[in-house]
Design a protein around this ligand. Structure first.
Ligand code: PEP
Length: 253
């Protein structure tokens, strides 16, 4: 885990141009904390504006269409996002898988479309509360990822995986560091199996689900945690950069 911790904010369906000041403040703070790689995924409508306002942080999108162009009213392709300034795409977020019925196969196609447009991919995965209670979380996530991960030759170098248990998203109930490490080790083993030792070990694995400045240090210090995907707490520079600061100053294990 030699790379800098990667802290990514997902603004979801939040933000108008009035929030560009937060993006600027996040960017300024990120310039002072280069030990951490910081990125933001604003809504589509702000990607270009955020891209123009910032110097340091990465800018990405929250989703893309699997195709390149055509008659798909309301959809946006990966190359259009790249043209607007996005450098990465989040795919397979549980709010897309559940709210929009996205299958593993569709998520895989979206990831491949993003890679074909020379973008990085953040591939989300995670189980619901019932699956965890039934003791099937690891099996579920392994199967979900196996069916969602892209197969292209250079996939692993541009890939980040985000483990986001659904029951932890937006609930205030984060997973324990021990549970996160257990799941991330399984994900690592799968990545090595799919992409080989060197490539599989280079993929960063983020945790997402109710990460806040108060719990960030403990979560981000856990073994195999390469950073965080942050929803609610990424909406203000203060809370988001509180998390980024914790990432740059881990606990001694
Ligand atoms: C998310 O939706 O990716 C997320 C992690 O949300 P939150 O941080 O609000 O739980």
């Amino acid at each position: 885990m030699a790379e800098r911790p990667y802290i990514v904010g997902n603004w979801k369906m939040n933000g108008t141009r009035a929030m560009l000041s937060e993006a600027r403040a996040i960017d300024r703070a990120a310039q002072r904390h280069m030990k951490v790689e910081v990125a933001l995924a604003p809504p589509y409508t702000l990607i270009h504006a955020v891209h123009r306002e910032v110097e340091q942080i990465g800018v990405g999108a929250q989703d893309c269409h699997p195709g390149t162009d055509g008659a798909f009213t309301g959809d946006i392709s990966a190359s259009m996002l790249a043209d607007a300034g996005a450098k990465f795409v989040i795919v397979g977020h549980s709010e897309r898988r559940m709210g929009h019925g996205e299958s593993n196969e569709l998520v895989r196609q979206k990831a491949q479309a993003a890679l074909s447009a020379s973008m990085r991919v953040i591939m989300c995965c995670g189980e619901d509360a019932e699956t965890r209670k039934a003791g099937r979380a690891i099996q579920f996530v392994t199967e979900q990822l196996t069916a969602s991960l892209p197969e292209m030759a250079d996939a692993a170098e541009k890939l980040t995986v985000a483990y986001e248990p659904i029951w932890a998203i937006g609930t205030g109930n984060n997973a324990t560091p021990a549970d996160i490490t257990e799941m991330h080790r399984e994900i690592r083993a799968l990545l090595v199996k799919l992409y080989g030792e060197e490539q599989g070990k280079a993929v960063r694995i983020l945790y997402g689900g109710s990460v806040k400045p108060e719990n960030a240090r403990e979560i981000l210090s856990a073994d195999e945690v390469g950073g965080a995907l942050v929803g609610g707490a990424s909406l203000t520079a203060d809370s988001f950069m509180g998390i980024a600061l914790a990432a740059g100053d881990p606990l001694d294990n």
